[in-house]
Design a protein around this ligand. Structure first.
Ligand code: RFL
Ligand code: PHB
Length: 394
């Protein structure tokens, strides 16, 4: 089998890349370790920046998102028992974010790919990447007991944090940066109306909480928990009780509880790989970098990597120039580091840090108070949250 681009991973990065390449007449195959159903059961991101929604439109998959997604022009910050609103729309000259679940976005991309009849191999085992330091890279995998080989011009490593692509690069060729946080997020999804019409980010003495949503009848809530907690030990009742304790009276009164549809604990990590290109292998999305979810940046950074990579391949095949592929890593990493910095900063501002003294907590509250009462401070949060432009500062 021969394709111009072999994409490893059918998460949002791989599927979006496949769609953009197809639009440009570049053929690709996607090789995914899991089944499509399994990919769709992962409940993850909920907030899309405009750069991401624009890209989904460009890929021709934005119709349902515009119909069913919720446009949010602000969000609430709750600390010291007081609510404050970050008016994204006003502070960023009219920008918003879109509330649309990663599951739905992935489904839209999968449906579009199936409608176009583009090749995707699910449940491929022993996926391996070879010879990416040459001009004839290869991908091999096993499916139904058969060994298959794909020859290609380029390999796109869109296989997430635990994928095979980054793991195949010699350690001496890359520099890794990592910070693991000493707590996790316990998340639940429930078929209940959201507690508020916008998201609420909560810094409470009992720890961080986030009230998010997927629709007007479906809520997504998170609690900061110790890494040692086991999800089985958290009953739904215990979750709702703890959330209530972290909310204000208004939130407690408005909170409608119900059985959880999904419940899981996610560890929090900041992680960056430099560079993001190794010969003819390009990493994109979570394969190259991870952010703690506090800033809602992970999927949005993945989408802009894919935008840069698609542009680079289009320039290679169309204009016969290698400047896009040569500049890919540096161009992405500038935005990645900005997103990483914001996510790290917002995380340490909003969570109880185990080694923090009472003084650390007061510093957080003083900083939050300053940020909410200074237009410059609030604008700093707003412009990072809606997303800085891809080539900001250039
Ligand atoms: P994914 O989604 O991990 O997809 C990678 C795919 O590769 C497959 N794979 C392999 N395939 C073949 N061979 C192998 N050897 C393979 N190894 C792995 C996997 O099965 C999978 O299908 O990475 P991708 O596409 O780069 O997408 C990244 C996003 O999923 C991620 O950044 C976001 O979910 C992060 N995130 C959020 N991002 C936002 O922008 N806004 C948010 O509000 C937001 N909230 C979140 C989040 C992530 C969370 N968790 C659980 C980490 C909330 C949470 C709780
Ligand atoms: C979500 O809805 O899953 C969500 C929203 C905002 C975040 C993180 C996760 O910062």
């Amino acid at each position: 089998m021969r394709f111009q681009v072999a994409i490893i991973g059918a998460g949002p990065s791989g599927l979006l890349l496949g769609q953009l390449l197809n639009k440009a007449g570049i053929d690709s195959i996607i090789v995914e370790r899991q089944s499509a159903d399994h990919v769709l059961t992962r409940i993850r991101a909920g907030i899309l920046e405009q750069v991401t929604t624009d890209l989904l439109d460009e890929a021709g998959v934005g119709a349902r998102m515009h119909r069913e997604g919720l446009v949010h022009g602000g969000f609430a910050m709750l600390f010291g028992n007081q609510r404050h609103r970050i008016d994204l729309h006003k502070l960023t000259d009219g920008k918003n974010v879109m509330v649309y679940g990663q599951t739905e976005l992935t489904r839209d991309l999968m449906d579009a790919r199936a409608t176009l009849g583009l090749p995707t191999v699910y449940e491929a085992s022993h996926v391996a990447v070879h010879d990416f330091d040459s001009k004839q890279p290869r991908v091999t995998y096993e499916k139904d007991g058969q060994q298959v080989e794909i020859q290609c011009d380029f390999i796109a490593g869109c296989d997430g944090f635990h994928g095979v692509c980054r793991a195949s690069v010699p350690a001496s060729s890359m520099q890794l940066f990592e910070k693991v946080y000493p707590f996790g997020w316990l998340g639940i999804l429930s078929e209940t109306p959201p507690v508020h019409d916008e998201l609420i980010y909560v810094n409470s003495p009992r720890g961080f909480a986030l009230c998010s949503q997927r629709s007007q009848s479906r809520s997504r809530y998170y609690l900061q928990v110790p890494l040692t907690d086991k999800v089985e030990a958290w009953s739904d009742d215990a979750f709702w009780q703890e959330l209530r304790l972290r909310l204000d009276a208004q939130g407690g009164d408005a909170l409608i509880t119900g059985p959880s549809i999904e419940k899981s604990i996610a560890p929090l990590r900041s992680f960056i790989t430099e560079p993001m290109r190794f010969g003819r292998l390009f990493l994109a999305g979570d394969a190259a970098h991870i952010v703690p979810p506090t800033g809602a940046k992970g999927l949005n950074l993945a989408a802009t990597d894919v935008k840069c990579l698609a542009q680079a391949f289009i320039a290679f095949y169309g204009d016969k120039t290698e400047s896009g592929i040569d500049g890919y890593s540096a161009r992405c990493l500038k935005r990645v580091w900005r997103g990483e910095r914001f996510s790290w900063w917002f995380t340490q501002l909003m969570h109880r840090l185990p080694d923090d003294s009472a003084m650390g907590e007061r510093f957080q509250l003083a900083e939050l108070d300053y940020l909410m009462h200074s237009e410059a401070g609030a604008r700093t949060i707003a412009e990072n949250y809606v997303g800085l432009p891809l080539d900001f500062g250039d």
